[in-house]
Design a protein around this ligand. Structure first.
Ligand code: GLU
Ligand code: MG
Length: 433
């Protein structure tokens, strides 16, 4: 693909969910696309508030290589009198091109291939992202209203134009419930493409907003008294051309053990799907996030909602999906998807029984009923989530090296958060996420 931009930025989403990389001028684009660029291992661990975790194993030594994937490329338009930029997503590899143990994109590829090798199943993924847009000229944000939809339309149109040119379709771009809150949803595709498109789409929204004098922030909890910005991961399981996620409004024998595995490992998934100390303030009962480990048909207080969509005449659900609700945009989306696949695979390997279809707000159930259904509250803070068993699962799922570096990043986050009030931290992180 010829370069449209005057620069090409090669990047990889790091262990703090931040896209980092470096750019080359147009004359070097072909060479950089063919050969990649050198990169510094320690950069993968730079914190959201800057600074390296004290226990990062990566010091001043070492070198890896960013190797771009031509399929994961977009051109961000010229703005503010500045030139257009191309952006290409990369694998982080060893210098000789061999896989590098700490590359999140590589970890996802390996989870995808293990899922199909061990079960014959494939996954399709679509994502919903909620975000706040600051600086819009709207006197009042009326939830889901036409006026809020019109207020965001100029940004939405520019974003859609940029994405269209890169072959990325969106399903919806809509006003949401919260103050100046909006939402995009992507179309279902394979997990790697879904993750790449997520990174490209979020960067496009942030970049386009910046070019219009606005600010788009995906911070999970902008203020304690405001609704959160969630990321909902819709996934469906496929046996060849057949969606085997749901049948007759409930899980199938193929999907039930996968879902059971995700719920059984919920506490271990959490540090991989919500990263920052801020994230945990979003995961509260009665906020439609899913603060308890359960699954329910059309239940928005369950950690996993079964969304059957329109059934076919025989009762099958060709468009059904399961919605993992406890993710946010601080996540490294490659690791989040890899971990969900690994937890699902563990459920399949164990032959786990179908979980109950919870048709209540789990917070309103008697504790004895929750215990009978194995419904557990999720950890309420980042430090609570960083347990030895979560680290052990992450090591089994992602490899011990990546897991250990990743948990070092999270401990760094937790320590830094302890030095801030909620509002101070939110103000700083809203400029990052
Ligand atoms: N804002 C909620 C969240 O933080 C989700 C609301 C919805 O169901 O769209 O996940
Ligand atoms: Mg929403």
């Amino acid at each position: 693909m010829p370069s449209d931009g005057h620069f090409l930025f090669l990047g990889n989403q790091d262990l703090n969910g931040i896209l980092r990389g470096r750019s080359v001028p147009k004359a070097r684009v072909a060479e950089a696309m063919a050969e990649g660029l050198p990169w510094v291992p320690a950069n993968l661990t730079i914190g959201a508030l800057n600074g390296l975790p004290p226990d990062t194993p990566f010091g001043p030594l070492g070198e890896i290589r960013f190797v771009p994937d031509p399929a994961a490329r977009i051109t961000l338009g010229a703005q503010d009198g500045g030139p257009a930029f191309d952006l290409a997503l990369c694998d982080a590899r060893q210098m000789d091109g061999a896989p590098w143990a700490c590359c999140p994109r590589t970890a996802l590829k390996s989870a995808i291939s293990d899922l199909s090798r061990r079960t014959g199943l494939t996954l399709k993924v679509a994502l919903e992202h909620e975000f706040t847009v600051l600086g819009l000229n709207q006197p009042n944000h009326v939830a889901f209203s036409l006026s809020a939809g019109r207020a965001i339309a100029p940004l939405a149109q520019r974003v859609i134009d940029v994405l269209d040119r890169a072959g990325i379709a969106l399903e919806q771009f809509q006003a949401e419930y919260g103050a100046s809150q909006f939402e995009i949803s992507s179309v279902p595709t394979d997990p790697l493409t879904a993750a790449d498109r997520t990174v490209l789409t979020l960067e496009t929204i942030r970049d386009t907003a910046r070019g219009m004098g606005l600010r788009a922030s995906f911070l999970p909890k902008p203020a304690l008294d405001e609704v959160g910005n969630g990321v909902h991961i819709h996934f469906s399981l496929w046996d060849g051309p057949r969606n085997v996620t749901a049948d007759q409004d409930w899980l199938t024998p193929r999907s039930a053990p996968f879902v059971a595995g995700v719920l059984d490992h919920a506490e271990s998934l959490l540090p991989l799907t919500i990263l920052s100390a801020n994230s945990y303030a979003r995961v509260r009962p009665h906020s439609w996030v899913g603060a308890y480990t359960c699954v329910g048909l059309r239940n928005r207080e369950a950690m996993i909602r079964l969304v059957p969509r329109a059934p076919a005449s025989d009762g099958t659900h060709p468009k059904a999906s399961l919605e993992y609700r406890v993710c946010d945009a601080t996540a490294n989306i490659y690791l989040a998807l890899a971990a969900i696949i690994r937890a699902g695979l563990a459920g399949i390997a164990a032959g786990s029984a179908a979980p109950p279809n919870v048709q209540h707000d789990p917070d309103t159930l008697e504790p004895s009923q929750r215990a009978a259904w194995n419904i557990r509250p999720l950890p309420a803070s980042l430090s609570e989530a960083l347990t030895p068993s979560a680290l052990a699962d992450a090591s089994a799922w992602l490899g011990p090296e990546l897991a250990s570096v990743y948990f070092g990043c999270r401990r760094h986050d937790a320590r830094q958060a302890a030095d801030h009030t909620f509002d101070e931290l939110a103000a700083k992180l809203s400029l990052v996420y």
